[in-house]
Design a protein around this ligand. Structure first.
Ligand code: TYD
Ligand code: MG
Length: 372
């Protein structure tokens, strides 16, 4: 029979241990505070071998040449948000709502890498045939991109041992399961432990690992939140379903700035990079239209142009309406008050509607001028 992990139940209130689950803590008297925690995994010896023995070293003697050699993916927008490419041994979490395009983006990333690199794409959600169909839509080829439909981490590490991939993609972390923990896939302890296993592997072999993580609309799924402090980089993939464009935003980056964004457009054949965001953020008008102004703004190190559209009309029903899309409503009210007081514009009896084209949200004060 298979070796079982050694677990201990801990009272989450006072820390008292127990070999079995108990309802009421005999130490502090609290109810339902006992949680099972793994103290020694079934494959403990194997795990140990992954860890190299620690040894104090002078800071001047630390060899960081490898970690400085960032891997450049074929997707410039991804290189940009990562701070200039993929850092060896880094763990990158790509979070986003189901259907936003996470699997598409990372398969595209895998296929964009040079053929000299072996990539292992682990899918716990889709069959090999589904991934093949997606790859065919993307019209990109890489003969060293391997797909495996697997959720057990012990099996995944066996594949890694025989393939020696240069990059690993896990789709998704919520589907993974390790033998050392009894709870079901997607539970906090499974997410935490499988990520810890991948992290030890990434650090000890300098192999970068990308994890896909699902987040529901209201961000209720706790898993990815728990993950955020365990990984090196957290990328958020967002976008409006009504528009084809998608934004990748770094919300944590141990190796770069968090103000960079990458912009894409979802097309029939995958995600197209948008190096000049103004192209999708400005609607095309042949002649001058009232109420439209162009503003310059900046995200990270990249400046771009946005379009503000406004409509001012007499208020018919008593209280004038103020409505804003993509711009803070209170800031709009403040700007209107300034125009009223300082410029003598009679706006208190007018409805005011404001829209930032393209569905983007702007909080850069530089846009105020265009709105005014
Ligand atoms: P997917 O990557 O499966 O999303 P996620 O992994 O985040 O759940 O892609 C979601 C949507 O993208 C899906 O509705 C189909 C669409 N899509 C395209 O429009 N063009 C394409 O080339 C591909 C591959 C997908
Ligand atoms: Mg997917």
């Amino acid at each position: 029979s298979m070796a079982k992990a050694k677990t201990i139940f801990y009272c989450q209130n006072c820390g008292t241990q127990s070999a079995t689950w108990i309802g009421k803590c005999h130490n502090c008297g609290e109810w339902n505070t006992y949680v099972e925690e793994v103290v020694q995994s079934a494959t403990g010896s194997k795990k140990q071998s992954l860890l190299t023995q620690s040894q104090p070293i002078r800071i001047s003697e630390i060899d960081n040449t490898l970690s400085l050699q960032r891997l450049h993916s074929g997707i410039e927008e991804i290189n940009r948000v990562l701070g200039g490419g993929i850092v060896p041994g880094s763990i990158v979490l790509l979070g986003g709502e189901p259907g936003i395009g996470k699997s598409t983006l990372l398969l595209q990333l895998a296929l964009s890498l040079p053929p000299s690199m072996t990539i292992l794409y682990v899918s716990g959600e889709e069959s090999e045939i589904q991934l093949k169909m997606r790859a065919e839509r993307l019209k990109q080829k890489n003969n060293n991109c391997y797909i495996v439909n697997e959720t057990n981490t012990q099996n995944i590490f066996q594949h890694i041992d025989s393939l020696h991939p240069h990059l690993i993609i896990i789709d998704s972390i919520q589907t993974l399961q390790t033998n050392t923990i009894e709870s079901s896939a997607g539970s906090i302890s499974q997410i935490r432990e499988t990520t810890a296993e991948l992290q030890r592997f990434a650090k000890s072999t300098s192999t970068p690992v990308f994890l896909i993580g699902h987040i529901t609309k209201d961000g209720t799924l706790a898993g990815p939140k728990v993950l955020e402090h365990m990984v090196d980089v957290v990328l958020q993939f967002e976008g409006d379903r009504n528009y084809g464009y998608r934004i990748v935003r770094a919300i944590k980056n141990r190796f770069g700035s968090v103000s960079e964004i990458g912009i894409f457009e979802m097309q029939q054949s995958g995600l197209r990079e948008v190096p000049n965001p103004s192209e999708i953020l400005i609607s095309q008008h042949s002649d001058e239209v009232n109420g439209i102004a162009i503003a310059a703004t900046i995200e990270g190190l990249r400046p771009f142009l946005i379009e503000t559209q406004s409509l001012v009309s007499p208020a018919v029903y008593g209280n004038p309406q103020r409505s804003s899309t993509g711009f803070d409503l209170r800031r709009l009210s403040m700007l209107l008050a300034v125009l009223e007081k300082k410029c003598g514009l009679k706006l208190n009896a007018k409805d005011v509607f404001l829209n930032i084209t393209g569905g983007i949200h702007i909080d850069d004060p530089a846009a105020d001028l265009a709105i005014v």
